[in-house]
Design a protein around this ligand. Structure first.
Ligand SMILES: [Zn+2]
Length: 380
């Protein structure tokens, strides 16, 4: 068995191979499975960022957003079928967080943590260690993008917590403190990049949508259960001002399976991304749309995540995948493995049997998107 994630220690100067060797005795088996450059579209192992501090954030006794999720995600990354380049996530600075969040809000979270923690909303609370976890969770994305820009890989998966996509500029919500994916998206746009965010967490990413609602340089596409927490994400939320059309919501009913997700990708997500022409694809990868998840009602299988990421791999762009939700450990593990395999070019079959209502909702979302995107119109 591999050693626990808790054995990771922060030694930035150390070669990642050595870090991998110390936290796991799986190294030889991983090396044996190293993918052939002839069979995969990228030859450099995907980067996987995590940090033991992310295990120490405690959302409360019995809370579904628990440290074991992170270990399941790392297990999944290890078993995707090829090598990984496992790295420790550095801290984001408070200036990084301020790219998206109000300084007074950042100070307030820091103070609550320093005082021993407390409740931030009905289902979001922190302990003293949550501050360090939150900095590492946001820092992972920044480090991953920098490493990709250095040519270390084209793909990164971030096994971090707390998650981020419900966090607003000045409000913690839904287990989220800081919006990790928004921080990176904002940072990249300030470098002149166009950024597409694809959010397949079962919950609508209200914090991310609000952050970029009026922006034409960030595309936000979400597939989520509706009506459902947090209540936003209906198809008529398309952005405002310069951002009009740059928010795409695909609202799906209980029971939706992979075939409807695949139709949404083929008819909406892929053509909109093609037309938007991003420099980066960032993914809010919750795994709570999996059929085993205890908190939601969609019916995806692990391979459905592989098919979605397979669609994204076709763009041949840098992809940074952020762990968001997902509360069934085996489902997380299998789905993370499938995600990385998809990004490496695998294209498994979608599960079938979505209710008719799911296909009708894809039709409706396509109709709305067609008003803003000629590529969607062209597909009818
Ligand atoms: Zn979620």
């Amino acid at each position: 068995m591999c050693a626990s994630l808790g054995a990771i220690r922060q030694k930035p100067a150390e070669r990642p191979d050595a870090i991998l060797r110390r936290i796991t005795n799986c190294e030889l088996r991983i090396a044996d499975r190293r993918p052939s450059p002839d069979t995969l579209p990228f030859v450099k192992a995907p980067l996987v960022y995590t940090h033991e501090a992310c295990l120490l954030h405690d959302a409360g006794h019995g809370h579904p957003e628990r440290p074991a999720r992170l270990e399941a995600a790392v297990r999944g990354a290890r078993r995707w079928g090829g090598a990984i380049d496992l790295r420790n996530a550095p801290r984001a600075t408070e200036d990084d967080l301020a790219l998206v969040h109000d300084p007074a809000y950042i100070d307030a979270i820091a103070q609550i943590c320093a005082d021993g923690g407390g409740s931030l909303d009905q289902d979001t609370s922190v302990v003293e260690d949550s501050w360090e976890a939150a900095l590492r969770a946001a820092g992972a994305g920044i480090a991953a993008a920098a490493a990709i820009q250095e040519g270390d890989s084209r793909i990164a998966f971030l096994a971090v917590r707390p998650p981020g996509h419900h966090a607003h500029t000045a409000r913690a919500l839904g287990f989220c403190l800081f919006n990790n994916i928004a921080v990176l998206a904002e940072r990249l746009t300030r470098q002149g990049a166009r950024v597409a965010i694809v959010d397949w967490d079962v919950h609508h990413g209200d914090g991310t949508q609000d952050t970029f609602n009026n922006r034409g340089d960030v595309l936000y596409v979400s597939l989520h259960e509706f009506p459902f927490y947090p209540g936003s994400g209906w198809v008529d939320e398309v952005g405002i001002g310069e951002g009009t059309g740059h928010t795409v919501n695909i609202a799906l009913p209980p029971g939706t399976r992979g075939d409807a997700f695949d139709a949404a990708f083929t008819r909406i997500v892929v053509p909109v991304l093609s037309e938007f022409a991003p420099d980066w694809i960032l993914v809010s990868a919750g795994y709570d749309a999996h059929r085993s998840d205890p908190l939601a009602d969609l019916e995806l299988e692990a391979d459905d995540y592989g098919r979605m990421s397979g669609h994204l791999s076709r763009f041949d762009l840098p992809v940074v995948v952020f762990l968001e939700g997902g509360y069934h450990l085996e489902a997380i593990e299998a789905s993370v493995a499938a995600t990385l395999a998809g990004l490496a070019g695998a294209m498994p079959e979608a599960s079938v049997g979505s209710p008719e209502r799911a296909h009708q909702m894809v039709d409706l979302a396509a109709e709305v998107a067609a008003a803003h995107w000629s590529g969607v119109r062209a597909l009818g």
